[in-house]
Design a protein around this ligand. Structure first.
Ligand SMILES: CC(C)(COP(=O)(O)OP(=O)(O)OC[C@H]1O[C@@H](n2cnc3c(N)ncnc32)[C@H](O)[C@@H]1OP(=O)(O)O)[C@@H](O)C(=O)NCCC(=O)NCCS
Length: 159
């Protein structure tokens, strides 16, 4: 790395800081499309970002949500996982996810669930998620193919 290259780091951020990357990477930069989740400002929501210097390049947001797969567990839903286009494939998304999962484990969260874009399932598999058989669907928001995915945060547990 160039000695002057900005360093990558992970931070907890406010949801509004995530809007630009959410919109650019996940919503085709369409200014008319909402990039807000109604739970964004809840105290229990967790927004974890990756930054290069002061440039925010990775977004992820986690909300308490009953898992459709394991309703008896303490579960959060992941939404808006995105790495800005020019820095994808450098491991930043995986670093942000790992940091967020550590924080969620400390809150007693046992499992995560999400509706993963089919084009991103390789990322989710590489970071320990499993697909839920038969859950393939089109997102009502984007009309893109998605599959439900789950990840246990319990040490050594099977999802
Ligand atoms: C999916 C996304 C968040 C991954 O972030 P990233 O920072 O590029 O991912 P990383 O570089 O941390 O990759 C971690 C691992 O996942 C793999 N991976 C990442 N994206 C992948 C993909 N689309 N298909 C297959 N594997 C993928 C990497 O090869 C790496 O594997 P390794 O650990 O075996 O080397 C990013 O590509 C993205 O924003 N895509 C567009 C938006 C999107 O689809 N978001 C998900 C919405 S549900």
């Amino acid at each position: 790395m160039h000695p002057d290259a900005p360093e990558f780091h992970v931070e907890i951020v406010s949801p509004v800081a995530l809007h630009a990357v959410r919109r650019r990477v996940l919503r085709g930069d369409d200014p008319a499309i909402s990039v807000v989740d109604a739970r964004d400002d809840d105290d229990t929501a967790l927004h974890v970002a990756g930054l290069l210097g002061d440039r925010l390049v990775v977004t992820s947001s986690y909300y308490p949500s009953t898992s459709p797969v394991h309703p008896e567990r303490v579960t959060y839903q992941l939404r808006y996982m995105a790495t800005d286009f020019d820095v994808q494939g450098r491991g930043y998304g995986a670093l942000v996810a790992a940091a967020a999962e550590d924080l969620l484990r400390q809150r007693g969260v046992e499992e995560l669930w999400a509706n993963g874009r089919d084009t991103a399932l390789g990322f989710y598999r590489a970071t320990g998620w499993q697909t839920v058989p038969g859950s393939e669907h089109l997102s009502p928001e984007t009309q893109l193919p998605h599959t439900m995915i789950v990840k246990s945060l319990l040490d050594g547990a099977e999802s």
